[in-house]
Design a protein around this ligand. Structure first.
Ligand code: CA
Length: 233
């Protein structure tokens, strides 16, 4: 079974090059040229990864990504024409997994695709700690987080915060980043309440499993999810 890749690119010569490079590499490729077609294809079929151009004729790749993210967690690799778009791509606001700036070599792109798929398929394993599986499963469809086998009762805000943490175990998130990740309408005054939400989240997780502090405080910077989990006896 070849991994299925959806390519969304409106410039035919670029799309053809990508299709050729990925098919040569053994991927099953579907190519479309508009945001609308991309959303239709993604709704109808399961893909392992999407390559998404930022500048599409009917809507921006960012909008396509935001819509996809409501229901899908699959990795998205952006094609950008301007380096000024890169900040948005990698920011929490958009939630892209990687990007390639045009012009790029199709071989380089294929290598990126392979790297992302490798990363994603081992995602439950924290880096460098084989065997210590992250005891946290984020279920986007049900907006539910399962911790050590127990569903956590979380506010929408806490759920989104935990989802951001779980997307990159060990990565330190600033209060501002957490605020943006967890709220639809981030507001500077909320930054102060982040500490309170983290405290609640910690308490809820400790109620399921005492003895582990799942959220690490980085004084003066922010918070991260524990990276190296104790191996269960
Ligand atoms: Ca374009």
């Amino acid at each position: 079974m070849s991994p299925k890749i959806l390519i969304v690119e409106d410039e035919p010569s670029i799309a053809e090059n990508i299709v050729y490079a990925l098919e040569t590499d053994g991927f099953a490729v579907t190519a479309v040229s508009t945001g609308r077609e991309a959303l239709e294809k993604a709704a109808a079929q399961e893909f392992q990864l999407i390559i998404l151009d930022v500048g599409l004729p009917d809507m921006s790749g960012f909008e396509v990504c935001k819509t996809l993210r409501l229901t899908k967690t699959l990795p998205i690799l952006f094609l950008t024409a301007r380096s000024s778009e890169v900040d948005r791509v990698v920011g929490l606001e958009i939630g892209g997994d990687d990007y390639v700036v045009k012009p790029f070599s199709p071989r380089e792109l294929a290598a990126r695709v392979r790297a992302i798929l490798r990363r994603v398929s081992t995602m439950p394993l924290p880096p460098g700690k084989a065997g210590a599986v992250l005891p946290l499963v984020i279920d986007d469809i049900r907006c539910q987080a399962v911790y050590f086998g127990t569903a956590l009762v979380l506010s929408r805000y806490e759920f989104r915060m935990l989802k951001a943490f779980a997307s990159h175990p060990g990565r330190v998130f600033t209060r501002e980043q957490l605020m943006e990740a967890s709220s639809e309408e981030p507001d500077a005054s909320m930054e102060r309440t982040i500490d309170t939400h983290v405290k609640t989240l910690r308490a809820r997780m400790r109620a399921v499993k005492g003895g582990i502090d799942p959220i690490v405080t980085h004084r003066g910077i922010g918070y991260s999810l524990l990276e190296e989990w104790p191996v269960e006896p």
